[in-house]
Design a protein around this ligand. Structure first.
Ligand code: 13P
Ligand code: SF4
Length: 301
């Protein structure tokens, strides 16, 4: 039996659902029950009928799924798949900012550890950050960990005062304006679609800025036939599947998140068979970190 069919059989036998981010390998997206951006996946994880969730993504995603669903079993195909940015904020600095500025909300990008979430007032994803920050009553916003998303959100909400943290996504930050310009020179009609984790110089040349789902939706609706995609190359699968008549270009140095690519069909099959790699979150940490996640789901509604 081929591995995809074997996974399908195991899913039924183990009463499991497979969730996958757009950045994982195409063959993993192909067999997943739910594929989406971070916001979609955090909503999808809540209220599943299945008792087990296999999370095809990096550790903060599995951890968030467990925090929101403490009674479910959450399995990670590869426990070492981690997001570098999720660690790029500091408890000491959060305390310092809270002491320095009155009326501050600590806004935590979901790409963060539970340890950081528990120190925050609300979580956001790239799909809902503007809406949620706008809805907060606070004047001062300390946005952790991503400085690029923070600057993008700040630009949309000039009435609030932002304090920036020095975190970034190494995959998006590495994208070079020069390389984008070269693709544009070869394809002048192409629209430039940019994830807000990219640096300001890249955001400035964009025709559209949005989350991975936002980029996919925009490309589907746009009348353009060609696009330069400035985010991780895993989105190519969904873009090409949905739009066979359109062309999608990436920069010569393709943005690749090696952690996302650690997820393979073999590893999914293995955790389904063995029940290994279960995510555990200590009760006290769970209770504190679920609050900003639930507030996100509430405010994004
Ligand atoms: P979104 O899923 O919100 O587009 O974020 C991309 C990302 O970097 C996930 O790790
Ligand atoms: Fe983290 Fe960037 Fe990889 Fe997303 S693409 S998981 S933000 S390192």
């Amino acid at each position: 039996m081929d591995i995809a069919r074997e996974i399908k059989r195991l899913k039924k036998e183990k009463n499991a659902a497979i969730l996958a981010h757009y950045y994982v390998r195409p063959e993993v997206q192909e067999i997943a029950d739910y594929v989406g951006d971070s916001f979609y996946l955090s909503k999808a994880a809540v209220g599943l009928r299945e008792q087990t969730i296999v999370f095809c993504g990096v550790s903060f995603m599995g951890e968030s799924a467990k925090i929101l669903n403490p009674d479910k079993t959450v399995l990670m195909p590869d426990m070492t798949a981690d997001c570098a940015m999720a660690h790029m904020a500091d408890a000491e600095l959060i305390r310092h900012v809270r002491d320095t500025y009155e009326d501050t909300a600590v806004v935590c990008y979901i790409n963060s550890t539970a340890r950081l979430k528990q120190l925050s007032d609300v979580c956001v994803t790239s799909a809902n950050a503007v809406k949620i920050v706008k809805a907060l009553p606070n004047k001062n916003i300390f946005f952790i960990p991503d400085r690029n998303l923070a600057h993008y959100v700040a630009g949309q909400i000039p009435e609030k005062h932002f304090i920036y943290n020095d975190g970034y996504c190494p995959v998006h930050e590495k994208m070079q304006l020069e390389e984008i310009r070269k693709v544009k020179a070869s394809h002048p009609a192409a629209e430039i679609l940019v994830h807000p984790e990219c640096a300001e110089s890249v955001r400035n040349v964009s025709d559209y800025i949005g989350s991975t789902s936002g980029i996919i939706t925009y490309a589907g609706k746009s009348g353009s036939k060609e696009f330069i995609v400035c985010t991780e190359n895993g989105v190519r699968y969904e873009l090409e599947k949905n739009n066979p008549e359109k062309k999608f270009y990436f920069t010569k140095t393709e943005p690749v998140c090696l952690d996302m690519k650690l997820i393979t069909l073999e590893k999914i099959k293995h955790v389904l068979e063995s029940g290994e790699n279960e995510v555990h979150v200590a009760d006290e940490l769970r209770k504190a970190s679920v609050k900003p996640l639930e507030r996100m789901l509430e405010l994004a509604r």
